[in-house]
Design a protein around this ligand. Structure first.
Ligand code: MN
Ligand code: MN
Length: 306
């Protein structure tokens, strides 16, 4: 039976690339497996697929009766809505353990590294399956994206070693130059509606019963957001009301300054102070050294809600 590999909702590069690279591996191992996506491709991901000449996975959001592999999450909130009607064959992830459970044994590759594709590269090595150049290229870019070119506190020496190995296989001499080009594409906001930007890399979390939405935009230099910050803030307010959320947050991450500006709208005015020890002015505060939502935002937020 054909299986599918599906990344999280609002897919980022790791989710799309992970679906492609894990499906290729599984197919090489004799299991016919198809990569799919739960949402639109970002400009960054499109750039990577164009660079290495790979087609985008097909859009698929219902999986009742199907077998699936899950990549880059283990939270139900980020899974297909009909997850309970699927058979989960495996999970490959690098986030905190979520709340997905299964009724049958499954394969789990969950490790605290910077990117799901780092783990997938190790799976290729474990199974001794050769990685084609174009597959190596997209894996390398996914790791450079998730680790913010190794600057994120989530980055480990394993991620760096894997990128260096993949660069050789992909035939890319200067992978950092390619990564800067990739982040320039990611930084481009011209003409994109504010709502689309807030939701581009967006996740909902259940924090002790409260719904919290957190988006993140990364730029080489976050002055690109200056002209549209008011519009972004207005959309945070709209989305908070529409989604019955307790809190909406957007991180404007500056890769070169190595920090993030926090935009926050919350029912609890003391939340930012309790979580990050900052006092927002008109809903905005600078978070020095904060690059990673998963490692530097979610844990203190969950503590503040506990
Ligand atoms: Mn992801
Ligand atoms: Mn990831």
């Amino acid at each position: 039976m054909t299986a599918y590999v599906v990344g999280h909702k609002t897919p980022d590069t790791d989710s799309i690339v992970g679906a492609i690279t894990l499906a290729y591996l599984k197919t090489q191992l004799g299991e016919e497996t198809i990569p799919v996506r739960q949402g639109v491709i970002t400009p960054e991901t499109q750039f990577i697929l164009d660079t290495f000449k790979l087609p985008e996975p097909i859009l698929k959001t219902t999986f009742a009766g199907e077998s699936i592999y899950i990549v880059d999450y283990s939270d139900r909130d980020q899974a297909p809505d009909d997850l309970d009607e699927t058979t989960v064959l495996g999970i490959v992830d690098h986030h905190k353990l979520g709340d997905i459970t299964t009724s049958a044994p499954l394969e789990c590759w969950i490790r605290p590294v910077g990117c799901s594709n780092t783990i997938i590269k190790e799976m290729y090595d474990y199974h001794q399956v050769a990685i084609p150049a174009h597959i190596a290229g997209i894996m390398m870019c996914a790791i450079l994206s998730d680790t913010v070119i190794f600057k994120s506190p989530t980055c480990t020496p394993i991620d760096i070693k894997v990128v260096e190995e993949l660069a050789v296989i992909a035939g890319v001499d200067d992978y950092k130059a390619l990564a800067i080009e990739m982040f320039k594409v990611k930084s481009a906001v011209d003409g994109t509606p504010a709502r689309d930007l807030v939701l581009r890399d967006f996740k909902d979390f259940n924090m002790s019963g409260s719904k919290v939405g957190i988006g993140q935009l990364e730029a080489i230099d976050n002055s690109v957001f200056d002209a549209i910050k008011g519009d972004l803030f207005a959309e945070l307010k709209n989305l908070k009301a529409e989604g019955e959320r307790h809190t909406m947050m957007l991180l404007l991450t500056d890769i070169m300054k190595e920090g993030s500006e926090l935009l926050i709208v919350s029912d609890d005015e003391t939340l930012a102070n309790r979580a990050f020890n900052v006092t927002p002015v008109e809903g905005k505060a600078w978070l020095e050294g904060v690059l990673s939502r998963k490692k530097q935002i979610i844990p203190p937020m969950e503590k503040a809600f506990a």
